[in-house]
Design a protein around this ligand. Structure first.
Ligand code: SOE
Length: 375
């Protein structure tokens, strides 16, 4: 695997939500992770020159560019944080130039694109990352430790749901996230990809992969107003999905996500029930893990902020809680360290592809009205 000597120059495509989250993470690294490789926020890539110039200055980049083609060859590492339809070509071009790539989730709008990206990663022998940032929540890492230690016993149920409500207003404007060509799918890919990845991360050692699914997708509002313009545009993706899943061992999975779950802003929960105990996590209380132990009478709430909890010693004393942005700092630390040390990174493009296969099977199952094998 490729090793890159620091300082590592990074080119970033995208300067909105995810561009800000990752730029903030890179800026925090030298202060809180002094053992992280030195990183140089080199070039920010986008289309609109004046917006780019402003963002490049604000986010600490030396320069900006409007053509990703030259950037992917020029930098040590490429971050693809654009809308989903921009994930495949720039990422593949970067890999073909031997440049390691971190790409936002879902890996691609379609399974076909995700397969091409994973193939390019295999051929390139460089580090790739599919940015499932919730793997880097300390309480999730702590949950994995408990699961790996066999604390919940044989796993029977894995239940994950990701609830938001930002589209419940039919006057909320249309955006690329509502478009099948640009996004691939809606709540399923945007939110469900996180849940499927988290489930795989936490329990695949115990229950194997997801073998088959039964899915249901629904669009509640078919047309949305166009921002600052006349008329409406058609919504071509799901507003919500639900799915049943069967893991290799026969363990049962139930998953759902919605952008219409009134009252829920960013409520990502995962519950695991085993023969000896259970675990429960919610992103809205991300410093906590609820644990039911074999000899317990009920769930105990563990505040996962002790010094020996994952990543916590890098930040504040016990009880001085962490937030959503810290997950990106941890993720950037792990990815950039892997690049500097010539190690592979997890979750990589093959993990992104594995999630995409499940998303695809859920869509197919909805269309056919029957259970579909994940393949
Ligand atoms: C919007 O729905 C969004 O920002 C997702 O795109 C992110 O992946 C998720 O972490 C929060 O919600």
């Amino acid at each position: 695997m490729k090793t890159i000597d620091p300082p590592i120059s990074v080119g970033v495509l995208g300067y909105r939500f995810m561009g800000e989250a990752h730029a903030n993470a890179m800026a925090r690294l030298p202060m809180f992770f002094p053992d992280a490789p030195e990183v140089h926020r080199d070039v920010l890539v986008g289309r609109d020159e004046s917006a780019l110039a402003e963002a490049a200055t604000r986010l600490g980049f030396d320069r900006f560019a409007t053509d990703w083609e030259s950037v992917v060859e020029d930098v040590d590492v490429f971050y693809n944080l654009g809308p989903n339809h921009l994930h495949p070509e720039p990422s593949i071009a970067a890999l073909e130039s031997g440049t390691p790539v971190l790409c936002e989730k879902p890996l691609a709008p379609t399974l076909d694109d995700a397969e091409r990206m994973a193939d390019a990663a295999d051929d390139a022998h460089v580090q790739t990352a599919c940015a499932f940032n919730y793997r880097f929540v300390p309480a999730i890492r702590y949950a994995k430790r408990l699961l790996d230690a066999g604390e919940v016993g044989e796993i029977h149920h894995v239940r994950g749901r990701y609830l938001q409500d930002w589209l419940v207003d039919p006057d909320e404007p249309w955006s690329w996230r509502n478009d099948a060509d640009m996004a691939g799918s809606g709540a399923l890919g945007d939110l469900g990809s996180h849940t499927i990845d988290l489930a795989r991360f936490l329990v695949s050692d115990q229950v194997g992969g997801i073998e088959r699914v039964s899915g249901h997708l629904r669009t509640f509002v078919g047309e949305r107003p166009v921002e600052d313009d006349e008329g409406t545009r058609t919504v071509t993706v799901d507003d919500a999905y639900s799915a049943q899943a069967e893991f290799e061992t026969g363990a049962m999975g139930t998953f759902e996500a919605s952008r219409f779950a009134t009252g829920h802003k960013n409520d990502h929960t995962i519950e695991i029930h085993g023969s000896r105990g259970s675990l429960r996590f919610s992103l809205e209380r991300l410093n906590e893990l609820e644990v039911l132990r074999e000899d317990g009478r009920g769930y105990e709430t563990v505040l996962v902020t002790d010094e020996d909890d994952p990543y916590v010693d890098r930040w504040w004393p016990p009880g001085h809680v962490l937030g959503w942005e810290h997950t990106f700092v941890h993720e950037n630390f792990e990815f950039l360290s892997a690049v500097a040390e010539g190690r592979p990174f997890e979750p990589d493009f093959s993990a992104g592809l594995a999630v995409q296969r499940v998303l695809n099977a859920i869509v197919e199952s909805d269309g056919r009205g029957e259970w579909v094998s994940v393949g």
